[in-house]
Design a protein around this ligand. Structure first.
Ligand code: NAD
Ligand code: DAU
Length: 354
């Protein structure tokens, strides 16, 4: 693997991937490239920031000249690309930001890797890999039955999922046109520590703690397939090392829950943790206007990954959710900083953004 570039490593999933790789692969060097948007927070990586095999670089993947120069300077061997605008609701109010980062940013990285690795159709590039981290949302929505497989046709509904679908198409196009050694994974909903409190689970943990309403879109009947974030990081490790170039792998938890049931379970766990009378937190549940274009159900068939690479989820949801709640209750400072935006003011003084 040699020099590994991880983009978006200061975000939720990226920080767990960076930590796993820095600790596991001491002989390789991990470069974390992140713009530090509102979702990027170096506090997520405090425990590994001094490691000899880790370097943080602040920069924007939409800046083509900067990206070209970066690849020219470091000559990365592997790229794990996670940097993205990731929140569906934000994509509904500001779609263009998602096109810039998720589509143009991805193409800038593909171009830089192609150039530095000298890829072309008549040549096989050995020992290099461009790993694109994508989402199950590109497949659209399911009815009451069925699962997304790697063969499911793309049918994105939100500006976020349309931008991720577009980036996936570019990755495949670079593989087919220039022989760029690529692999893609499409994962279901992650949960766990360091999740930004705009997403359903961390938002509700924060609101329960502060006795605020828990906003449930529509009737709370939408279904998501939840996976503990460290299991996603392990899957990325397995695919990077043993995945077939040119392939796609679905990653999921086999763990479908309606939103209302997730929040009821969370309320129950937090009644206990906060020593509140059973049923107290459920009274905070508030049904609000539905999300526009809200996909009804996501559910992943990850049998290809399980059979080919031997990966499987390690945690039951109840156990993972309790672990997540414990982390948030033990990390009040982190929550305070991200909800006040304090960390961003610090980064503006500390790092030049390119
Ligand atoms: P996140 O929003 O927590 O983190 C994204 C990171 O990317 C942040 O650190 C941010 O600063 C950085 N970033 C954003 N724009 C950038 C730019 N222009 N240049 C450089 N860095 C930039 O997202 P996440 O939830 O950790 O998701 C990571 C990846 O995994 C995304 O590609 C997302 O589509 C995908 N994914 C997420 C989930 C999920 O449940 N969260 C599930 C499947 C796939
Ligand atoms: O499926 C993978 C995707 O999961 C990732 O690609 C995205 O980056 C990630 O954000 C996530 O998307 P969702 O839209 O599914 O996650 P979110 O936490 O925003 O919402 C989960 C469900 O809860 C969804 O059905 C919408 C609903 N919801 C969300 C919020 C923020 C609510 O009911 N109330 C809320 O306040």
């Amino acid at each position: 693997m040699g020099k590994i570039l991880i983009t978006g490593g200061a975000g939720f999933i990226g920080s767990h991937v960076v930590r796993l790789f820095v600790n596991k692969y001491e002989q390789h060097h991990i470069y974390n490239l992140d713009k530090l948007t509102y979702a990027g927070n170096l506090e997520n990586l405090k425990d590994i920031q001094e490691k000899h095999n880790y370097t943080f670089i602040r920069g924007d993947i939409t800046n083509k000249d900067f990206i070209d120069e970066l690849f020219e300077t470091y000559k990365f061997d592997s790229v794990i690309h996670l940097a993205a605008e990731s929140h569906v609701d934000r994509s509904i109010s500001n779609p263009l930001e998602f096109v810039y980062t998720n589509v143009i940013g991805t193409v800038n990285l593909l171009n830089a890797a192609k150039t530095i690795w000298g890829c072309s159709k008549d040549k096989v590039t050995e020992n290099k890999i461009f790993y694109h981290v994508s989402t199950d949302e590109v497949y659209g929505t399911l009815g009451d039955t069925g699962l997304f497989t790697e063969e499911t046709a793309y049918d994105p509904h939100s500006p976020y999922s349309a931008s991720k679908a577009s980036s996936d198409h570019f990755v495949r196009a670079y593989h087919d046109t220039y022989n760029l050694p690529c692999v893609i994974s499409n994962c279901s909903n992650n949960y766990g520590p360091n999740h930004f409190p705009e997403k359903l689970i961390p938002l509700c943990i924060y609101n329960i703690k502060n006795n605020k309403p828990l906003p449930i879109y529509g009737k709370g009947e939408n279904v998501r397939d939840w996976l503990f974030v460290e299991d996603h990081a392990r899957a990325i490790d397995a695919i990077l090392h043993s995945g077939k170039i040119g392939s796609t792998y679905n990653i999921g938890g086999h763990n479908e829950w309606t939103n209302i049931d997730v929040i009821r379970l969370l309320c129950k766990i937090m009644d206990k943790k906060l020593c509140r009378v059973d049923g107290t937190n459920e009274q905070l549940i508030t049904f609000v206007k539905d999300r526009a274009g809200h996909d009804l159900r996501y559910a992943i068939d990850s049998s290809k990954l399980q059979h080919e690479l031997g990966w499987k989820p390690s945690l039951q949801f109840e156990e993972g959710l309790e672990k997540t709640v414990d982390w948030y209750l033990a990390n009040e400072e982190w929550l305070k900083h991200v909800t006040s935006g304090e960390y961003q003011k610090f980064y503006e003084q500390q790092y030049v953004n390119r």
